[in-house]
Design a protein around this ligand. Structure first.
Ligand SMILES: Nc1ncnc2c1ncn2[C@@H]1O[C@H](COP(=O)(O)OP(=O)(O)O)[C@@H](O)[C@H]1O
Ligand SMILES: [Mg+2]
Length: 308
C-alpha cells in the first residue's frame, strides 16, 4: 500500500500526536451528516492538513460513495477484526487514499446480520480514533445518528475535541436536535470537566421554501441569541450535490464555486483555526472574546428546565 501511495504522488502520512478529532452526528438520519463529513474532510485536506475520515456508520455508511467508491478498500469491519493489535503501521496499510492528503476508512459494504455484526466495544472505537490520530493532522468521524444513544459510542463522543450536531430545518429533525443537543452537551461537559467541550449545531439544507424558519429552529434549541458562537447554516444545493454523488467526487472538487462548497470551505477554515495552538498574546484577547460567547448561567438553566 505504501508503494501504491507513493506511485500515485500522494503524501506519505507520518506519525503525529497533535492530531485533532472532530465528529459529525445527525439529529436524525438523512440530514446530510455523511455529505458534510466527506465534504469537510476533503476541504480540510485541501487546506494542507493530512486528514483521516472514519465512517463509523456500521449499518449503512456511505462516505465512500461521496469520495472514492471505485477504490474503497478495507472497511471498519476489517479494522475491528484486528483491533487488538492495531497500531499506526497497521492502520496505515488499511486506509484508502481519496485525495493527496485525505484517506478514508469506509464502513462495511454489507450488513451481515446481528449474529455476525456485534456492536463494537467502546474501547475498540476509542483505540481506532486514537490510532488514526497518530497518522494525521485531523481525524473526521462520520457518526450515525443512533451514536447519540448507543453505549458503544459514548466514550468516543466524550473524547472528541469537537462535535458538530447536524440538523435540517424540519419539525422532526428539530425535535430530535433539541433532545440530542441537550444530551450531547451534558455528556461532554461532564467528560471534559470544565475544559472546552466544543459542541456546535449545523443547520443544513437551508433554503427559501423550508418547512421551518431558521430562526424558529435556533429558538427551539435555545440558541437564538448565540447562533454565531454555537451554530452555522449551510445552504441546500440539490444539483451540485447530485452531480458530485453520481460522479463519486467530493463536492468541493467538482463544484468549487457552488454555495455549499464555499460554505464548507469557510467551515474548514474555522475548524483549522480553532485547532491551531494560539500564540500567547492572541490567547489573552481570545479568552475575553470567548468569555463573551460562553453560554450564560441563564441559558444553561433554561436548557435544564426544559429537559426536566
Ligand atoms: N445541503 C444539501 N443540499 C442538497 N442535498 C443535500 C444536502 N445535504 C444533504 N443532501 C442530500 O440528502 C441526502 C441525505 O444525506 P446524507 O449525507 O446521506 O445524510 P445522513 O448521513 O445524515 O443520513 C443525500 O442524498 C444528500 O446528498
Ligand atoms: Mg450517514
Amino acid at each position: 500500500m505504501a508503494m501504491e501511495i507513493e506511485s500515485r504522488g500522494l503524501a506519505p502520512m507520518q506519525a503525529n500526536d497533535t492530531a485533532r478529532t472532530i465528529g459529525l452526528i445527525g439529529s436524525k438520519g438523512g440530514v446530510g451528516t455523511t455529505l458534510l463529513a466527506s465534504s469537510l474532510a476533503w476541504a480540510l485536506a485541501e487546506r494542507g492538513l493530512r486528514v483521516v475520515l472514519l465512517d463509523l456508520d456500521t449499518h449503512g455508511g456511505q462516505a465512500a460513495l461521496h469520495l472514492c467508491e471505485r477504490n474503497a478498500g478495507p472497511t471498519l469491519r476489517d479494522v475491528l477484526q484486528v483491533i487488538d493489535r492495531l497500531d499506526d503501521t497497521l492502520l496505515d496499510t488499511l486506509l484508502t487514499p481519496c485525495s493527496p492528503r485525505l484517506r478514508l476508512l469506509p464502513a462495511p459494504r454489507q450488513w451481515l446480520g446481528p449474529a455476525v455484526e456485534a456492536a463494537p466495544e467502546p474501547q475498540h472505537l476509542l483505540r481506532l480514533v486514537h490510532t488514526a490520530a497518530t497518522l494525521a493532522d485531523c481525524v473526521v468521524l462520520d457518526l450515525p445518528a443512533r451514536a447519540a444513544v448507543e453505549k458503544a459510542f459514548a466514550a468516543v463522543l466524550v473524547d472528541l475535541d469537537r462535535l458538530e450536531l447536524i440538523s435540517e430545518p424540519s419539525l422532526p429533525a428539530t425535535f430530535n436536535a433539541r433532545r440530542s443537543w441537550h444530551w450531547l452537551q451534558t455528556l461532554r461537559a461532564e467528560g471534559h470537566e470544565g475544559r472546552d467541550a466544543a459542541c456546535h449545531v449545523v443547520l443544513n439544507q437551508v433554503h427559501r421554501h423550508q418547512a421551518l424558519d431558521s430562526a424558529q429552529v435556533w429558538r427551539t434549541l435555545g440558541l437564538e441569541d448565540r447562533g454565531a458562537a454555537f451554530g452555522r447554516e449551510l445552504p441546500r444545493s440539490d444539483e451540485a450535490v447530485a452531480q458530485a454523488i453520481y460522479q463519486g467526487q467530493a463536492l468541493g472538487a467538482l463544484q468549487p464555486r457552488d454555495a455549499l462548497s464555499r460554505a464548507v470551505a469557510r467551515w474548514a477554515e474555522e475548524v483549522e483555526g480553532a485547532f491551531k495552538p494560539k500564540p500567547a498574546a492572541a490567547a489573552h484577547a481570545d479568552s475575553r472574546a470567548l468569555a463573551q460567547a460562553t453560554p450564560s448561567a441563564g441559558w444553561r438553566e433554561r436548557l435544564i428546565r426544559w429537559a426536566t
